[in-house]
Design a protein around this ligand. Structure first.
Ligand code: GLY
Length: 297
């Protein structure tokens, strides 16, 4: 941790994978990531914590139907939305939810798990009951299903395709006090079995933060990120002195050895941000400690 120096930064991803045929140049995905990055950055500039910022940014992406998280999430084999999300602060607090249905913003529910329970991960019906007890509104069944995702699911059913990912969202941030945080949210992979939980719900696999080093959020084939502990490997690399880009590349190499592809975004304790991906694209947007915006796909 570098301490309170007023420097803030963040980077957002909108998922690694194939480019969307409906957005061939990625412009809409980049615009969505920029909107999320600006929302998170506004929180940081107003003195909010890194945790506040990553949750704000990921909420924007969950509400954007272009991304595979919240509204617009991928469908299970039986045509339902089941979401995973997690959040971790560099001070060691963490919360997550897995396979939750009909919750508009799973990342906010993950934050409630972090702040209001003694647990790290709640799943399925238990997570939904916890949401109800916390006053989180339950949506009508199917409310998160978009026409676009239903069409993808119908096409996948006809072709009997194997489960496929893409579009997971995440954010890592460094706040003015020198703290870092990470958050990740996803509908998982299209045609997954009901009850499947991926890396985005797992601290160490899809999300990790440590004020001594930095924070990481992952996207890609969850099973490989789980076996490789992708986010933890990236943060350990920063702890050993690697800059964020190099840390992301190192972790991605470990994920590839575990049989998967994807992408990772990182922010280090000094506020430097970086990323790596080994898929055709990964939409992203960042705002540096100097206030410079960058983006790409
Ligand atoms: N990385 C998202 C998932 O596999 O669920």
């Amino acid at each position: 941790m570098n301490g309170p120096d007023g420097k803030v930064s963040l980077i957002v991803h909108g998922g690694a994978g194939a480019l969307d045929p409906g957005d061939p140049d990625g412009a809409a995905h980049v615009a969505g990531c920029q909107a999320a990055a600006r929302a998170g950055h506004a929180v940081l500039k107003a003195g909010g914590s890194a945790a506040d910022a990553v949750v704000a940014a990921v909420t924007v992406l969950e509400d954007d139907p272009l991304f595979n998280a919240g509204t617009g999430a991928a469908l299970t084999e039986d045509g339902a939305v089941e979401c995973d999300a997690s959040v971790m602060t560099g001070q060691g607090a963490a919360g997550a939810v897995g396979a939750v249905r009909d919750v508009k913003n799973p990342v906010r529910l993950a934050r409630l798990v972090m702040e209001r329970t003694a647990h790290v991960l709640l799943v399925g019906a238990g997570a939904e009951a916890f949401a109800a007890r916390q006053g989180v509104r339950r949506l009508e069944a199917g409310a998160l299903v978009t026409d676009r995702m239903r069409a993808k699911w119908q096409a996948a059913k006809i072709k009997a395709t194997t489960p496929a990912g893409g579009g997971t969202v995440g954010c890592v941030a460094r706040d003015a006090q020198g703290h870092v945080a990470a958050a990740t949210s996803t509908g998982g992979i299209l045609m997954k079995l009901s009850g499947r939980v991926g890396d985005s719900a797992l601290i160490g696999a899809g999300t990790y933060a440590d004020d001594r080093a930095g924070a990481a959020s992952c996207t890609g084939l969850g099973e490989a990120f789980m076996k490789a502990l992708g986010a933890k490997v990236a943060v350990e690399a920063m702890l050993a002195g690697a800059p964020p880009d190099a840390a992301a590349r190192q972790a991605l190499a470990a994920v590839r050895r575990a049989g998967g592809d994807g992408g990772i975004i990182c922010a280090d304790a000094a506020g430097r941000v970086g990323f790596a991906f080994n898929t055709p694209g990964m939409s992203r947007a960042a705002i540096s400690t100097a206030g410079v915006e960058t983006s790409g796909v």
